[in-house]
Design a protein around this ligand. Sequence first.
Ligand code: THU
Length: 134
Amino acid sequence: MDKKKEIYKELLSFAEKAAENSYSPYSKFAVGAAVLCGDGKVYCGTNIENASYGLSMCAERVAVFTAVANGAENIKAVAVYSSSGNVTPCGACRQVISEFAQKADIVYKDKNNKIKIEKINSLLPKCFDKKSLK
Ligand code: THU
């Protein structure tokens, strides 16, 4: 296995661990996410639901916001884990990831447990960004 895949495998294991803290009594769908930064730091998140369903927050956004709140600047990759496999970030999370890391790798496992790596800009092409506001 090449070095990048080795690192991403480890990042996925952080995401898996984070899913253990999922607060998802309504969907019963636990998700974990782990953000890898340029300095090697990792920030994790999990989905946190609410009785007022619309207030629920995805694992990826919790992880990205935690990274940013801790001063992270250079987001390199976001790994996503769910026990069902094959989960990629929802549209809202793709937009949030794009804000901070247009070149980030999105890492997840497919249904056959194979690691998949896709660029955020291929998952969300032509995103709305700061250039759109000019
Ligand atoms: N969810 C995530 O945390 N990340 C995703 O990529 C997809 C969906 C959460 C939101 C909600 O708590 C549950 O999974 C079911 O949609």
